[in-house]
Design a protein around this ligand. Structure first.
Ligand code: ADP
Length: 205
C-alpha cells in the first residue's frame, strides 16, 4: 500500500484533545461470556463517569455486529476480523482522549492479544468473570436456551471455547460481586489511569 500516506502530524494532537477533555484516553477491554455482565457494568460505569464530567464511549459487540461488522459471523477468521475492527475503532477513540469501554466476548487469548497489539499501551484487559452455568441461569437474551436447543451455532462456552485469561489487568467476578460493587471496582481501577489529579471535576482549562 505504497500509495497510502497517513498524515497524522497535520491534525491536532492527542494532547490537545486530552487537555480539552481534562482526561486521558484509554480502552477498558471488557470481555467474558455472554451474560457475564459486561454491558451492565459498562453502562453503570459510563453513567457515573458522565455524571462526573468525563467523556466516554461504549463499544458494544452486539451493536457493532449490527453495523460495521454485519458481514461477519462466528468462525475463527470472522472473530479475528471482528476483534481487529473493534480494536481499531477503540484505538481511534482513545487516541482522541476518550475513555472507551469495550464490551465484547473476546473468548480466546489470541483475540485479546490481537486487540492489545492493535491498541498498544492504552489497552487494559478487564475480565468480567462468570461461569457458563451462572450465565445460562441469567440468560438475559435467551441465547443459552436457544443454544441448548441447538438453535445457535458456535455458541461461546458450549461448542466454541472460552479461554481464561492469564494476566488480566482487572478481574470483576460477577458471581461474587453485585453490579454496584463491580462498577465501583472498575471506576477505582480507571481513576488513576484516565483521570488526572485523581478524578472529580475536570481541571481548569
Ligand atoms: P453481557 O454484556 O456480558 O452479555 P449483560 O450485562 O447483557 O451481559 O447481562 C448480564 C445479566 O446478568 C443482566 O441481566 C444483569 O442484570 C444480570 N446480573 C445478575 N447479577 C449480576 C452481577 N452480579 N453482575 C452483573 N450482572 C448481573
Amino acid at each position: 500500500m505504497d500509495h497510502i500516506h497517513p498524515e497524522f502530524h497535520r491534525f491536532l494532537g492527542r494532547e490537545d484533545k486530552e487537555r480539552l477533555l481534562g482526561q486521558r484516553g484509554l480502552v477498558a477491554w471488557m470481555f467474558g461470556l455472554s451474560g457475564s455482565g459486561k454491558s451492565t457494568i459498562a453502562n453503570a460505569a459510563e453513567r457515573q463517569l458522565h455524571d462526573a464530567g468525563r467523556f466516554t464511549v461504549i463499544l458494544d459487540g452486539d451493536n457493532l455486529r449490527s453495523g460495521l461488522n454485519n458481514n461477519l459471523g462466528f468462525s475463527h477468521d470472522d472473530r479475528l476480523e471482528n476483534v481487529r475492527r473493534n480494536a481499531e475503532v477503540a484505538k481511534l477513540f482513545a487516541a482522541n482522549g476518550v475513555i472507551t469501554l469495550v464490551s465484547v466476548i473476546t473468548p480466546r487469548r489470541e483475540l485479546r492479544d490481537l486487540a492489545r497489539s492493535v491498541i498498544g499501551d492504552d489497552f487494559l484487559e478487564v475480565y468480567v468473570k462468570a461461569d457458563y452455568a451462572t450465565c445460562a441461569e441469567r440468560d438475559p437474551k435467551g441465547l443459552y436456551a436457544k443454544a441448548e436447543a441447538g438453535e445457535v451455532k458456535q455458541f461461546t462456552g458450549k461448542d466454541s471455547g472460552f479461554e481464561e485469561p492469564e494476566h488480566p489487568d482487572l478481574v470483576l467476578d460477577t458471581r461474587a460481586l453485585t453490579v454496584e460493587e463491580s462498577t465501583e471496582a472498575l471506576l477505582a481501577f480507571l481513576q488513576g489511569k484516565a483521570l488526572p489529579g485523581g478524578g472529580g471535576a475536570p481541571p481548569e482549562k
